[in-house]
Design a protein around this ligand. Structure first.
Ligand code: 5GP
Ligand code: MG
Ligand code: MG
Length: 197
């Protein structure tokens, strides 16, 4: 068990299980794209570790870039998505593959679709390592999902709790107690605003 700020987290998904899920995503995408040279776009901050591991495994030429969006406050998703770093290159006619660490409510994904609406890309493919089906409330298709997980807050492998935990190679799940139910629902006391996605 680990403690980050005021909360406790228990081991949930090992580095090895993550590696297998990433490899499966790579294999699927590489097979489906054939000779197409994709532009992989990571959503910072959470996706940095996934993108690094993913493109090292990707067996064919590809481009890599990032955009930076922020949605989370503490342990809770918000609908107010901020664009902190936008697109900096012309993607007309390109096959774009979004690499997300996790899809929760889908609010961030909705913003991604807004960003790409007028970019005239050839295709917009969504790939996410983790997916919380119970929390997702949008209709956008998720083309590749590494792992479905329950609707509980996790940290590690790029995912943070108020800045901490991104560096952990394994994924941990928030350890809830009766007393902490309120904290999970309403956010911890004093949780900072604008935590980066
Ligand atoms: P959504 O907009 O789909 O609700 O959430 C998207 C972003 O919120 C993710 O890219 C991720 O950065 C953050 N997020 C969603 N669920 C979790 C979680 O369980 N743990 C952490 N640390 N961040 C999450
Ligand atoms: Mg993210
Ligand atoms: Mg975050």
């Amino acid at each position: 068990m680990i403690k980050l700020h005021d909360l406790y987290f228990k081991p949930f998904i090992s580095e090895k299980e993550i590696d297998t899920a990433v490899q499966t995503m790579v294999d699927g995408i590489a097979a489906d794209l054939g000779d197409e040279v994709p532009v992989f776009i990571g959503i910072l901050n959470g996706s940095f570790m996934l993108v690094s591991d993913f493109v090292k495994k990707y067996p064919k030429p590809c481009e890599v870039t990032f955009i930076k969006l922020a949605s989370y406050e503490g342990v809770k998703s918000t609908e107010d998505i901020q664009r902190l770093i936008g697109l900096t290159q012309d993607l007309t006619g390109r096959t774009v593959v979004i690499l997300e660490d996790i899809i929760d409510s889908g609010n961030t994904l909705e913003e991604v679709h807004r960003i790409f609406k007028n970019e005239n890309v050839k295709q917009l493919i969504i790939a996410t390592l983790f997916y919380k089906p119970e929390a997702y409330n949008k209709d956008f298709k998720l083309h590749y999902v590494g792992m479905e997980i329950p609707n509980k807050f996790i940290v590690g492998y790029g995912l943070d709790y108020n800045g901490l935990g991104r560096d952990l190679p394994d994924v941990y799940q928030l350890k809830t107690t009766q007393h902490m139910t309120n904290i999970v629902l309403f956010g911890p006391p004093g949780a900072g605003k604008g935590t980066q996605a």
